[in-house]
Design a protein. Structure first.
Length: 298
């Protein structure tokens, strides 16, 4: 079986840093976590890539092509579509050359046990919210026996008021709907958050959508005008428990371990294997007695 996390999120939300952190954590735990760079515009990252889309296509290829003449954003989407059209390249690298996993055919190539791969995706959020590319990539990987989870990162620094919470939540919802995968939202960069924002953050971790939207509706003329719309969205989020965020401070090993374990549970990693068991309850924000570890001192 193969396991994968599709690491997504807006530009600069911390995807590559997340991948590097998880790989390092795995390494310390004697666990192999491979990272695949699928961002053709990436310049440098702190992990050892198992595979790099830039070996297949580079952003400049799309931008400098006389016929295509893409700008950076269109070029990036072109590169991901190109990857999907040339999926043999990805499959051969991930599953072994000549592997025929999508045909249910056995080729005699031995399946690796419990391959665990993080896919570091580009920050072009439209790839996951409404374009087909993200969805197609997920289906391809599934056809190669990957059990997948979407990991959607949102920078905690942009989630410190009701309006931003609402737009972050709607983005997360669009990704959930488009990708059709088990989904985990992560509030990244918690180490950068000052204590001043601490009280505010707690209410976003276990959101009371009504209270938050009360803020939104009072904040602006737009908010007052569309009060009913915001309230309805709040009810939807609350009634269906659609969106939850798990905080991540990459400097806190326990926090990193808990998040990884939570995602492992979602994709049922290690269920069949004889793995060491740790007591773990997914972090409930209001249960965290000492949540100061998420924040920097100030
Ligand atoms: N302090 C702190 N900085 C972070 C964290 N995550 C990311 N950063 C910083 O934020 C910037 C962007 O991080 P990346 O990991 O490159 O973000 P990304 O989502 O991969 O960015 P794109 O691929 O360009 O969309 C870098 O300067 C990182 O060092 C974090 O958890 N804590
Ligand atoms: Mg990146």
């Amino acid at each position: 079986m193969r396991y994968g996390q599709l690491v997504m999120g807006p530009a600069g939300s911390g995807k590559s840093t997340y991948c590097a952190t998880m790989q390092r954590h795995g390494f310390d735990d004697k666990r192999l976590i491979k990272v695949v760079n699928l961002d053709p515009a990436a310049e440098n990252f702190d992990y050892q890539p198992f595979l790099d889309i830039r070996d297949l296509i580079q952003l400049d290829d799309a931008m400098e092509d006389e016929e295509l003449r893409y700008g950076p954003n269109g070029g990036l989407i072109f590169c991901i579509e190109y990857l999907i059209e040339h999926s043999d390249w990805l499959r051969d690298q991930l599953c072994g050359v000549g592997s025929d996993d999508d045909d249910d055919d056995t080729t005699g190539i031995e399946e690796p046990d419990d391959d665990y791969v993080l896919f570091d995706m580009p920050g072009q959020i439209e790839l996951y919210t409404h374009l087909k590319a993200g969805h197609s990539l997920a289906r391809l990987l599934e056809s190669w026996n990957f059990r997948l989870c979407s990991v959607f990162l949102v920078d905690s620094q942009f989630m410190i008021d009701g309006a931003k919470f609402l737009s972050g939540t709607m983005a997360a919802l669009s990704v959930m709907a488009n990708m059709e995968l088990p989904h985990v939202n992560v509030l990244s960069k918690m180490d950068l958050l000052s204590k001043g924002h601490r009280g505010q953050m707690d209410k976003y971790l276990d959101p009371d959508a009504h209270a938050l939207l009360g803020e939104v509706t009072n904040e602006s003329a737009w908010g007052r005008k569309y009060r009913k719309l915001s309230e309805t969205i709040g009810t939807l989020i609350e009634d269906f428990s659609l969106v939850r965020f798990t905080p991540l401070n990459i400097n806190d090993e326990e926090n990193v371990a808990d998040l990884l374990l939570m995602i492992d549970n979602v994709i049922q990693y290690g269920e069949d294997a004889d793995v060491k068991v740790r007591d773990f309850d997914p972090p409930e924000p209001d249960e965290l007695e000492d949540d100061s570890r998420y924040y920097q001192d100030d």
